[in-house]
Design a protein. Structure first.
Lengths: 526, 192
């Protein structure tokens, strides 16, 4: 078996696991173990894949030995691999976390039997989206993960979840229709959906057509990534879902959108005219999101708004598209997946202990639940970018990249980034004051419930993983930098899929300073 | 590439009707709108396939005379996906009807908080006949199902469920504030 065959595993394993979990629906414990083992296997295959990508470069699997132009291609470059590894760690920890919840007393409220299969299908969709080598397979990956996210969001079908899911389903359906229209337009324009071939052929299109295609796809992805004008659905739908579901949604689903935007802005439309638009959207996301977070009084809603806000950091990096900013963005995505999921898991711990996430009712948890306090404090500080944690490293990298680009837009964004970090700290401090230091009420103290050890353990493991991102920041940033360079150059991806002759036909690439370099290596435009 | 004007026009009309329906407030109409718009987009794929030609079977005709089969494969996939998602959407609207007696898409939490605050300030809060209407008549809002089961319709279907359902976001809403007032902690509630 060659290393290429590995690429099919992250998609196939969870689907087969889902089928088995569905068959085992009457044996809750066995079903749980099947799901956990499946996710462990995915993590293992992602790690092996990472090693072989380091050794032999980009892996390509042509399903059914069709040519890449006609069939389905799975591609794993460094960007894909880093996303796969981080997401499989997070999904595994979240599943272990939720196993305590689903087996215990809440079993009557939520139908456990469908939770595990749906969760595995979600993982399959996420992995498929990361590995997809053509636009249509990316669409299928999106649809698989969205369909299962609808089910996970409405688990139990209670009033508030139905209400929250209604908005979510409509917005997601609309974005899917837009995405599909974009694919149809792309096919009509250049006659292919393979990403590598698109990269070659889109370079030759008229600028107006390129712009139209790019904007249609950008809108579809930005809805999924919850970028500001298209982000209103997120804080309304995520907080009502069960804590582990919210954790995996917040960590992964928006990052799939960001991953798609990275591919769109580098491989398909390198350094295009929309980069200013991206910077504006990034700035607005940062400001509007964090102001929303400051105004909230519910723990989960505060976290949802900070999620919207921090998507702006990643978009900031993509908008500049210099080598430094792209590498940092990839590192920041890995950091943010881990930290945001951990925070939502910690919020789930608080909810389990105190029975509520309303900051007005919580209180005194620093004394009443010291372990939870530590597990919340570390990722919270990480999110707001306190040195020496990974959030600080990522933000410093982005700000440095912004200063180096040295345009009015990038300086504005640098200022906004700094302000947003401070306001994030303010929002976190508000949570800390209310939930952990405020004098608790009598009936709140009496209503405290014990927290299953598995839930605490899974959260602690994710906190440990987020600290690893800090400890091994050096090698990780090197890896992300290589990934960023390859993404900006575009040639490695195209030559791995289509061969060197096709790669030689590429007209543009992005230089280290974010400039668009044309065929004859002369600088076309900044 | 020559394209069929009829196909493009049909796709345009379908998508336009779909967008119109998506702008409605009831979930059923929105689902119908998505189906229409989705079908319109599927037609775009047929347009993208270019000129119709011979069936694409190996060896039956020269390759340049054949229809491009790839867009059709994609359309089939898209149709299947739309079918599944539509089924879910219809189930969702049925469940909403079971629970609330209507399948209207609600305002989001923030909007409802703002509305209630302004109502409270202008003294309209005590008026039970004004549930913050969003366009449906009170009759349809109350819902046929609740009536048929002999339940009394809740006074404020949009308001109570904010804090009523046990897993609702435990927002610091006006309902809580009123509770606090009852407990005589008005100042603290105002401070938040």
């Amino acid at each position: 078996m060659s290393a290429d065959m590995l690429l099919a595993l992250p998609v196939m394993l969870p689907l087969m696991g889902a089928a088995m979990a569905l068959l085992l629906r009457h044996h809750a414990r066995l079903q749980m173990w099947v799901s956990i083992l499946t996710l462990v296997a995915i993590l293992a295959s992602a790690l092996v894949m990472a090693r072989s990508v380091l050794e032999v470069g980009i892996l390509v699997l042509q399903i059914g030995r069709w040519t890449p132009q006609l069939g389905i291609v799975l591609v794993a470059d460094r960007l894909t691999v880093i996303m796969l590894v981080v997401s499989s760690v997070v999904t595994l920890a979240v599943l272990v976390y939720s196993s305590a919840q689903t087996v215990s007393e809440s079993a009557e409220k939520t139908p456990v039997a469908i939770y595990h299969p749906t969760y595995l299908v979600l993982v399959a969709g996420v992995c498929n989206a990361f590995l997809a080598g053509d636009l249509f397979n990316l669409y299928v990956g999106f649809e698989v993960l969205l369909a299962s996210s609808y089910v996970l969001l409405t688990l139990g079908g209670s009033a508030s979840r139905i209400r929250a899911a209604t908005t979510y389903v409509i917005v997601s359906l609309l974005s899917s229709v837009i995405f599909l229209a974009g694919i149809a337009a792309v096919y009509a324009a250049v006659g292919t959906v393979n990403l590598a071939e698109l990269a070659v052929r889109l370079d030759g299109l008229a600028p107006g057509t390129r712009m139209t295609l790019e904007l249609v796809l950008l809108v579809a992805f930005a809805i999924k990534a919850a970028i500001f004008p298209l982000s209103a659905w997120l804080p309304d739908s995520y907080p009502t879902a069960p804590a582990p579901v919210t954790a995996v949604f917040a960590g992964l689903l928006t990052k799939v959108g960001i991953y798609a935007i990275i591919r769109l802005e580098t491989l398909l439309f390198p350094a295009s005219q929309t980069s200013t638009l991206l910077l504006v959207a990034a700035g607005l996301s940062l400001v509007v999101g964090i102001l929303g977070a400051v105004a909230q009084t519910d723990l989960k809603r505060v976290l949802s708004f900070t999620l919207v806000s921090h998507m702006g950091f990643m978009l900031f990096g993509i908008g500049m598209s210099t080598r430094l900013s792209m590498g940092t963005t990839i590192y920041y995505v890995a950091h943010h997946i881990t930290v945001q999921s951990t925070l939502f898991l910690a919020a789930g711990l608080i909810e389990q202990r105190g029975g509520t996430t309303n900051l007005g009712r919580l209180g005194g948890l620093a004394k009443l639940a010291p372990v939870i306090a530590v597990l919340f404090f570390i990722p919270a500080m990480n999110l707001s970018g306190i040195p020496p944690l990974s959030g600080f490293i990522g933000k410093v990298g982005l700000i440095e990249a912004g200063i180096r680009v040295d345009t009015p837009a990038s300086w504005t964004l640098v200022a906004i980034s700094a302000i947003t970090s401070l306001l994030t700290l303010y929002a976190i401090a508000k949570i800390w004051n209310r939930a952990f230091w405020q004098e608790p009420e009598e009936d709140f103290v009496q209503g405290l419930a014990p927290v299953p050890r598995v839930m605490t353990g899974a959260t602690a493991a994710l906190v440990g993983a987020s600290l690893l991102l800090t400890v091994f920041a050096g090698p990780l940033i090197d890896f992300a930098d290589d990934a960023g360079r390859a993404v900006l150059e575009r040639t490695p991806y195209v030559s791995a899929v289509l061969g060197d002759e096709a790669a030689a036909e590429l007209v543009y690439r992005i230089g280290d300073e974010g400039e668009k370099i044309g065929d004859g290596d002369e600088e076309v435009q900044r | 590439m020559p394209v069929s004007l009829m196909l493009l026009l049909t796709a345009g009309v379908l998508i336009a009707c779909g967008v119109y329906l998506i702008l409605e407030r009831t979930l059923t109409r929105i689902i119908l709108g998505i189906v229409l718009a989705g079908n319109g987009v599927n037609l775009l794929f047929i347009v993208a396939a270019g000129r119709p030609g011979k069936p694409p079977f190996e060896g039956t005709a020269p390759a340049e005379d054949m229809t491009d089969p790839l867009p059709f494969a994609m359309v089939l996939t898209a149709i299947v996906i739309t079918l599944g998602i539509t089924a879910f959407g219809v189930a969702l609207s049925y469940r909403a009807w079971q629970l609330f007696g209507h399948d209207e898409v609600p305002d989001d939490v923030e909007d409802r908080r703002v509305l209630r605050r302004s109502q409270r300030r202008s003294g309209m809060d005590e008026d039970p006949e004004d549930p913050g209407s969003q366009g449906l008549s009170e009759e349809s809002r109350r819902g046929a199902l609740l009536h048929s089961q002999g339940h009394r319709a809740r006074r404020d279907p949009l308001g109570t469920d904010l804090s009523g359902a046990e897993d609702a976001p435990q927002d610091y809403t006006e309902a809580d504030e009123r509770e606090d007032v009852r407990r005589g902690r008005e100042t603290e509630a105002g401070g938040r």
